[in-house]
Ligand binder design. Structure first.
Ligand code: AGP
Length: 590
């Protein structure tokens, strides 16, 4: 949540660089934005409500002179409404410093009361402004010292960037929210995520929790606990600019859906014995917990069915936010496997922290290899799908499913069979994702674009896929959608069905088929409009979306047409599928 980015270097167009970089991070927050830049020791601030993507760089020329140092922020509001005042950067009365922040200062109310008593005047409703005033209190001691003193008073999670009128540096610090330094030649960058500076450098250094970095000619890293300078390794990045751009597609969401033609193969091509190490860890563990949030949480639930069926193994699953309540069962022989695209989801990170405290082993199945989750883990299984920028997760979801299917097969001693199944599935997805297929789903989207509610049912491993389908439909189409286990309908939810209510039935060609078809007949009898997602047509379906018959990999192929449906419903309802209202890509607040 919230994208932050800063530049210091030899180029004279720092504000432009920062605005361009922030546009690349817009998926992290898009209700308002702002920049602060230095010209001849003066701080200039510009902030406004709205999407930074809508701002034309050409307008910038009107408001900026030459500048080699700038910081910026694209906001996802937490404290205070979406107003220009609440947009970042924040300053104090004297305008001596400017600060941008990602995270939440949990004790900001108490701090604010004290600061007001001390005579500080607040302009915004944000928690961030408190940090600005705290820094100002000790600014006479120098910016570095003042920030260190302020940070000591903060509770919660933060990534902050600060610049001052007097010093030609950017100072950053983090605890719990991501910050990555991009190292260039005579120039350096710092951002919440790599795409912001990918155009300029592919060398990064990671800022870890409780560390500070001073961005000058060379980044200087400081351990905030010991106050000692830390040496950091420069790490090369594999991603390229094209990966992080829309290319020929109108939106990232459809680009990322279509990329699933290739991503499954890339995902399962894991070298280095990671899968085997995970299998060993599961075998040794006294209790394995699969933890994720939102879509990743649904993937974990699907994996519990796969582990049960393929490997005859019980795995516990829970959402990141719920996991800490199970801490009573954890020992140093428990294993936590975190599943995530971003590797920065605060609730999943908290689950990992709780597990770490109990001495558990940590594994992450994660897309962003530079993320906090990856760096906290004993073993990392990367998804290798490249940057996923649309808020709605698509290619990362199917990659997570593929990895977990592979692990289930490996656990059963049949890794090769698992690989073969997934290679075959990847080939089938490639055939499936053609323009005719998309058009067929578009026709359905046209039929149902005006509905108020829709439902999705599935059974066994496809029950979590029904839940995931509902998330996809909710987040981009804003249609009220809910997923159910087919068998649960008759215990209550069937009362929701009336004439014409669209209901997607995910019907796999396995032992669950007759049951789920039976549930579908019950819906049809109440007037429901049945959309079957299935390898075979059935007379009960009013609309059939064909999917390949891929056995245990069925969740992967079943969710893809629903991703496409959600996308086209969003377009038809004039929503921006890449930036749905109220959401952000990376949920770095609890
Ligand atoms: C997915 O479409 C959602 N945007 C959301 O549920 C997401 O999966 C969740 O926030 C977890 O994110 P992560 O995978 O980056 O941890």
């Amino acid at each position: 949540m919230c994208g932050i980015f800063a530049y210091k270097g030899h180029r004279n167009n720092a504000p432009e660089i920062v605005i361009k970089g922030l546009k690349m991070l817009e998926y992290r927050g898009y209700d308002s934005w702002g920049i602060a830049f230095k010209t001849d020791h003066a701080l200039n601030i510009h902030k406004q409500v709205g999407k930074i993507g809508d701002f034309k760089i050409s307008d910038l020329k009107k408001m900026t002179a030459k500048s080699q140092l700038a910081i910026g922020h694209s906001r996802w509001a937490t404290h205070g409404g979406v107003t220009q005042m609440n947009a970042h950067p924040h300053c104090t009365e004297k305008n001596e410093i400017a600060i941008v922040h990602n995270g939440i200062i949990e004790n900001f109310t108490e701090l604010k009361k004290i600061l007001i008593k001390n005579g500080h005047i607040f302009k915004s409703e944000t928690d961030t402004e408190v940090v600005a005033h705290l820094i100002e209190e000790n600014l006479k001691k120098g910016l570095e010292k003042a920030i260190k003193m302020a940070i000591k008073k903060l509770e919660g999670r933060y990534a902050i960037l600060v610049i001052s009128e007097k010093e030609d540096v950017i100072i950053a610090a983090r605890r719990g929210s991501p910050l990555i330094v991009g190292v260039g030649k005579d120039e350096n960058f710092i951002a919440s995520d790599i795409p912001a500076f990918l155009e300029y450098t592919k060398k990064v250094q990671y800022l870890d929790d409780n560390e500070m970095v001073i961005i000058d000619k060379k980044p200087k890293f400081i351990d905030l606990k010991t106050d000692k300078i830390i040496k950091k390794r420069e790490v090369p990045i594999e991603w390229n600019v094209e990966n992080a751009e829309k290319g020929v597609y109108p939106h990232f969401m459809i680009k990322e859906i279509m990329e699933q033609k290739d991503t499954i193969c890339r995902t399962i091509n894991q070298n280095g014995g990671g899968i085997e190490k995970v299998v060993e860890s599961i075998k040794k563990a006294y209790g394995t917990y699969l933890v994720g949030c939102g879509t990743a949480g649904k993937v974990c639930l699907a994996a519990s069915y796969l582990f049960s069926k393929i490997a005859k193994k019980h795995i516990n699953t829970t959402f990141g936010s719920e996991f800490p309540s199970y801490h009573h069962f954890l020992t140093n022989r428990s294993l936590l496997i975190a599943v995530s695209q971003s590797g920065e989801t605060a609730d999943t990170l908290e689950a990992m922290e709780v597990a770490k405290e109990k001495g558990c082993k940590l594994i992450s199945i994660v897309n962003v290899e530079s993320s906090t989750m990856a760096r906290m883990s004993d073993i990392i299984i990367p998804l290798k799908v490249g940057p996923e920028k649309a808020v709605a997760s698509t290619k990362a979801t199917t990659a997570q499913l593929a990895i977990l299917t592979l692990i289930a097969y490996a656990l059963a001693g049949d890794l090769d069979r698992g690989k073969q199944l997934l290679i075959n599935t990847a080939g089938q997805i490639n055939d499936m994702l053609n323009p005719r297929y998309e058009d067929h789903i578009k026709t359905l989207a046209k039929k149902i674009a005006g509905v108020e509610s829709m439902y999705v049912i599935g059974k066994a491993v496809n029950y979590p896929m029904a839940l995931e389908a509902a998330i996809k439909l909710q987040e981009v189409s804003y249609i009220h959608a809910e997923g159910f286990a087919g068998g649960e309908l008759k215990h209550g939810p069937i009362a929701l069905i009336s004439k014409g209510t669209p209901c997607i039935a995910i019907v796999a060609n396995d032992e669950t088929k007759n049951d789920i078809l039976g549930n579908t007949i019950e819906i049809k009898a109440r007037g429901g409009y049945i959309i079957g997602v299935s390898p075979e047509n059935n007379e009960i379906f009013d609309y059939w979306i064909k999917v390949p018959d891929v056995g245990d990999a069925s969740p992967i192929v079943n969710i893809i047409p629903i991703q496409i449906l959600a996308y086209h419903l969003a377009i038809m309802r004039q929503n921006n599928p890449d930036m749905p209202r109220n959401l952000a890509k990376s949920v770095t607040v609890k």
